[in-house]
Design a protein around this ligand. Structure first.
Ligand code: MBD
Ligand code: FE
Length: 309
């Protein structure tokens, strides 16, 4: 297409009408966003000579994304979820709210309302043999003071790289728990070593990644929400050392401070002290959270999540 009509007065007027700029009803914010999106879209169509065939392919792609519930996966894969972290990091830097464990993306696979227990929990239901994992650590503030009664909300994949709820073969809340820290800020749990995640190979996200010449793999990782009264909510993950995709994560979540050393051991004296036999793994990881008096900063950002009220 060689005709460029997007910048004409009549098209610009038409986009104002289509985005509701010429009426008094609806939401001013939504109108502003849609107006801008329409203006940028027609400019892209013009500048890049988008053909009607390409346009309808894109429309159908949205339908495929929705049908497979992969919109959240796609925004992680094209780096937009990580971009939001970069924006929040820059805002924090400007406001002097720095220090502590860095944030990284939540991803699309959190489920609200996991079982809550004090100090310790077992995350796995025993159905997945895997390598037994013992993880522990402390929640502290920026002065190193323990944060008692913090909630460590943890979730991770099984040895097949899939998550309970989204993988109907797993039991309810498998590999998902909320653990309240003790008076010294300590938490600990028993679980199984997760495998890395791979995008569904037949899904729309992987289909796009193929077109970009990219893979859809994540290194093995464990997600955390850390929250406590008087402290800033933290959304983060640890990535396990020694993983193939550790610095090649398709969702760009890896940060140096979030690489956790995983130690595999066959020491049967230690194994017995844990009440297990054979090979097992250990991770020690402390979280440092910022103090805040602001209530809004103490809870996770609003977002549609599975089972969240
Ligand atoms: C995951 O497990 C994940 O954490 C992200 C960000 C995207 C896809 C799968
Ligand atoms: Fe994940």
């Amino acid at each position: 297409m060689t005709v460029k009509i997007s910048q004409t007065e009549s098209v610009q007027q038409f986009l104002k009408e289509a985005s509701g700029q010429l009426n008094d009803a609806g939401s001013p914010r939504v109108k502003t966003l849609i107006h801008r999106i329409l203006k940028d879209t027609v400019k892209i169509i013009d500048d890049l000579n988008v053909t009607p065939e390409e346009f309808w392919k894109a429309v159908n792609y949205f339908n495929e994304l929705g049908a497979r519930q992969e919109a959240g996966l796609l925004v992680a894969g094209v780096g937009l979820e990580h971009y939001l972290d970069l924006v929040m990091d820059a805002e924090d830097e400007e406001a002097g709210k720095t220090g502590g464990t860095p944030r990284t993306i939540e991803g699309p696979l959190y489920v609200a309302g996991a079982p809550l227990s004090k100090n310790e929990a077992r995350l796995d239901d025993g159905a997945d043999a895997g390598t037994v994992l013992f993880m522990k650590g402390q929640v502290k503030d920026l002065d190193g003071k323990p944060v008692a009664n913090a909630i460590v909300d943890v979730w991770h994949a099984n040895t097949g790289g899939t998550y309970s709820y989204f993988d109907p073969a797993q039991s309810e809340f498998n590999l998902r728990r909320r653990i309240e820290t003790d008076a010294e800020g300590n938490y600990r749990f028993r679980s199984i070593v997760p495998s890395g995640y791979g995008c569904p190979p037949d899904g729309p996200t992987q289909k796009l990644l193929d077109q970009l010449g990219r893979h859809g793999q994540r290194p093995a990782h464990i997600h955390f929400f850390i929250s406590a009264p008087g402290h800033r909510h933290l959304t983060t993950q640890i990535n396990l050392s020694g993983e193939q995709y550790l610095y090649d994560d398709f969702a760009y979540a890896t940060r140096d401070e979030l690489v956790a050393e995983i130690r595999f051991s066959e020491d049967q004296v230690v194994a017995r002290s844990y009440g297990v036999e054979g090979r097992f793994a250990e991770i020690d990881f402390d979280f440092a959270v910022q103090s805040t008096a602001q209530a809004a900063e103490q809870s996770r950002m609003e977002r549609v999540r599975a089972l969240e009220d």
